[in-house]
Design a protein around this ligand. Structure first.
Ligand code: SF4
Length: 276
């Protein structure tokens, strides 16, 4: 008995629209591009990590909670990622074509409601999109500090602004004196007490307001419990210091009492041009 040949496997359907708007973003006229947050597995079995520089943030990631986990939303974000992974030039071309519509002129696109610039090739493709559409403004939060220092900062497109966000494994490369930075605080009062500036009124303040950007933590009880009154920056610094101590002990060295990673005078700090 013979069986018919199985049909050749078809590539997954490409998303018909790449940019979306949720209610909050529509209110301020911003469009969104999203990837699935952090690590996971695509329907075809491939594993991914879209936030390779995530640190403590992944434990309290807003995009791994609530509506982001609904199958239809997760499926859309995974389809976006599959398009990027399978056909980066085709994705770039499709995005530039979509951005040619009149409705995108003079508006803003937030790159990554969730996810990050996970590779040099992907960030470079974005830079080509941004340069191809100078009439649209783009912004992003990112924890990919070294990638931006190398690929973006030396020759940034004028229509692209970004803010480095604390809570990642590259926090110690940030300098709050010169970098535009965002940190998550327990609440608005803590932001004000630290002398930082809340972006709660409009997400665009993250790149258009003062350069120390405060974000109030999501009111999700178990996230607030984990945060335990700290900021992302101070929590990540604690974790980095603990790791350093363990590493030094492993090498038979005494723990040091130097500045916490991420502190302005820590060894990883460098003078940089402000991002925006
Ligand atoms: S970088 Fe952002 S999206 Fe990624 S795990 Fe951290 S909080 Fe979530």
């Amino acid at each position: 008995m013979s069986f018919p040949e199985p049909p050749p496997s078809l590539p997954p359907p490409r998303p018909s629209r790449l940019l979306t708007q949720n209610r909050e973003m529509r209110a301020i006229g911003v469009w969104n591009w999203s990837l699935p947050a952090w690590a996971g597995r695509l329907p075809d079995g491939r594993t991914y990590n879209t936030c390779p520089s995530a640190g403590i943030c992944r434990q309290v990631c807003y995009a791994r909670h609530g509506s982001y986990t609904w199958p239809v939303v997760r499926g859309k974000h995974q389809a976006n990622l599959q398009f990027v992974l399978d056909d980066l030039p085709g994705w770039r071309k499709a995005l530039v074509a979509e951005l040619g519509a009149q409705k995108f002129r003079g508006t803003w696109v937030r790159i990554h409601d969730s996810g990050d610039f996970f590779s040099d090739a992907y960030l470079s493709a974005w830079l080509q999109v941004i340069r191809a559409r100078p009439e649209t403004n783009f912004y992003a939060y990112t924890k990919e500090v070294r990638r931006f220092r190398t690929l973006v900062e030396p020759d940034a497109p004028p229509n692209f602004l970004w803010v480095y966000s604390f809570g990642g494994i590259q926090d110690s490369a940030l300098d709050v004196a010169v970098d535009r930075v965002a940190d998550v605080f327990p609440d608005e009062e803590a932001i004000a007490a630290a002398g930082w500036h809340s972006q709660e009124a409009s997400d665009l303040l993250a790149v258009l307001g003062p350069h120390l950007v405060g974000i109030p933590a999501n009111r999700i009880p178990h996230f607030l419990k984990l945060l335990s009154g700290r900021t992302f920056r101070s929590w990540q610094a604690e974790v980095d210091a603990e790791r350093l101590t363990v590493r030094r002990r492993g090498r038979g060295l005494q723990p040091t009492a130097g500045p916490a990673p991420g502190a302005p005078d820590s060894p990883g700090s460098t003078q940089r041009n402000r991002a925006a």
